[in-house]
Design a protein around this ligand. Structure first.
Ligand SMILES: NC(=O)c1ccc[n+]([C@@H]2O[C@H](COP(=O)([O-])OP(=O)(O)OC[C@H]3O[C@@H](n4cnc5c(N)ncnc54)[C@H](O)[C@@H]3O)[C@@H](O)[C@H]2O)c1
Length: 250
């Protein structure tokens, strides 16, 4: 029960690793505010968790691309549970996939709106969430912020250029900067950067040194450790969890 009495605000909580993290955080005694822009999935997932953990979960419709929504999510967490111990920024994904851009289109032929979307979700979203939540953590003099990077932030991608650009910004610039700012207030900030994870079947095709993609639980277990007191001396760090993909012989 590592999270008894603690509250996590989780973006991208209606699906994939964000949902799994929320479930595990509740299982270990914590409270969770699920934030997502998919209203139907958010309602369904929040209702399911509330049945299992009465009074310890709530949902807030949040598009992380909008600063007012980041503030709304923060305020909902404070009004409901009185504090925010963990901000877990799971909301993200490649704009080309989410917006269904045909695979054959090269970078200059994809409308710039697609890349605006990708940069907004993957970089400005966590930036907005961190900005909104840090005032609460500063007041509390404690807190942990997690960013979801990606092996693509190290490797690059000649097609979906928004994604590696945004993820590299999170993994290094934002993670280090928030850690530097937060230290004097007892706030830690870490980045976790997966390789392929089986939240989608297509990920099974990607190569890794270990010859397989990750189970979502393997990534979530690392994040649960990092937000727990067991990881109290880790901050400003990007941790790769990619089955060795980033160190494969080229
Ligand atoms: N799955 C992988 O192989 C993999 C690999 C590396 C990094 N990641 C990163 O891990 C994170 C979670 O991945 P996943 O596969 O579990 O994702 P997922 O696609 O299963 O879930 C993402 C969730 O984010 C929500 N979301 C998207 N845009 C949003 C917005 N603007 N505002 C609020 N919510 C929004 C979606 O509705 C969805 O519920 C993402 O940031 C992703 O980039 C995933």
């Amino acid at each position: 029960m590592r999270f008894e009495g603690k509250t996590a605000l989780v973006t991208g909580a209606a699906s994939g690793m964000g949902f799994l993290f929320s479930e595990c955080f509740l299982k270990e005694g914590g409270n969770v505010v699920l934030a997502d822009f998919n209203e139907e999935a958010l309602q369904e997932k929040t209702a399911g968790l509330l049945e299992l953990y009465p009074g310890r979960a709530t949902g807030v419709l949040t598009d992380v691309r909008r600063y007012e929504d980041a503030v709304k999510a923060r305020d909902k967490a404070v009004e409901t549970f009185g504090r925010i111990d963990v901000l877990a920024n799971f909301a993200g994904g490649t704009a080309r996939r989410i917006l269904k851009v045909p695979g054959e289109l090269e970078f200059p032929d994809v409308p710039i709106d697609v890349f605006d979307f990708g940069l907004d979700v993957n970089l400005k979203g966590p930036f907005y969430m961190d900005h909104a939540v840090l005032s609460v953590m500063r007041e509390q003099k404690s807190g942990v912020i997690v960013h979801l990077g990606s092996v693509t932030g190290v490797d690059g991608d000649p097609k979906g250029m928004d994604y590696p650009t945004a993820k590299a910004g999170l993994m290094y610039g934002l993670t280090k900067s928030v850690a530097q700012y937060g230290a004097k207030y007892g706030i830690r900030c870490v980045s976790v950067s997966p390789g392929p994870v089986l939240t989608r079947e297509a990920m099974a095709k990607l190569r890794t040194l270990l010859g397989r993609a990750a189970e979502p639980q393997e990534v979530v277990d690392l994040i649960l450790y990092l937000v727990s007191d067991q990881a109290s001396f880790i901050t400003g760090e990007n941790i790769m969890i990619d089955g060795g993909r980033s160190v494969m012989p080229k």
